[in-house]
Design a binder for this molecule. Structure first.
Ligand code: SF4
Ligand code: SF4
Length: 183
């Protein structure tokens, strides 16, 4: 019996070798506690979960947006694009772009900028999530206003320049310390 989350997944699409959420997720359950952005101790070298049948609810219920949005092509699988897309839980919704490698490289690719342009053109809020100081949460910065002008004018170079400036700005923001895990 599929879970509520599984009902909406793109049919026939699977995670394959991607394990991005086994690093990204914060898990704070009796059976497993790990902070965000930390590889899970149950993730084996071959990319398989050592406790798959008994994995925590956090893992069972999380899917990135690539698993939900059929308009995203195979190139958007997170281990290929190096960007994990997740939904923004705020009132206006939207998409968060979570770089898995150097933000300055992966978020300025043609693929990344084309998604940003598409979101802005369709009035979908789009954000980047950028690492700050060690031990602190990522900074979340919206792109819709910041990159509106180059998107309207179809100026890729300017969009890239503004994305780089936004990444640098976000990386210097003061964010909250990562909350401690339960004992
Ligand atoms: S318990 Fe398994 S599925 Fe959950 S994060 Fe760890 S390796 Fe991934
Ligand atoms: S990040 Fe997405 S594609 Fe990758 S393992 Fe998690 S749910 Fe699957």
């Amino acid at each position: 019996m599929p879970t509520n989350e599984e009902t909406n997944l793109v049919p026939g699409r699977s995670c394959g070798p991607c394990t991005a959420c086994c690093v990204f997720l914060r898990i704070d359950e009796d059976s497993l506690r790990k902070i965000e952005d930390d590889p899970c101790p149950n993730l084996a070298a071959d990319g398989l979960c050592r406790i798959y049948e008994h994995r925590p609810a956090t893992c069972r219920t999380f899917y990135c947006e690539w698993r939900y949005l059929r308009q995203l092509g195979d190139e958007w699988r997170p281990d290929l694009s190096k960007i994990m897309l997740r939904s923004h839980s705020g009132k206006s919704g939207g998409i968060i772009m979570q770089p898995l490698e150097s933000p300055r490289e992966v978020l300025t690719s043609r693929l990344a900028l084309s998604l940003v342009a598409s979101c802005i053109s369709n009035a979908i809020p789009v954000y980047i999530s950028i690492p700050t100081r060690p031990g602190h949460t990522h900074a979340l910065v919206g792109l819709n206003k910041r990159l509106a002008q180059p998107v309207r004018a179809r100026k890729l170079d300017l969009a890239r320049k503004l994305m780089l400036a936004t990444i640098d700005y976000a990386g210097k923001l003061t964010t909250e310390t990562i909350a401690p895990l339960a004992d």
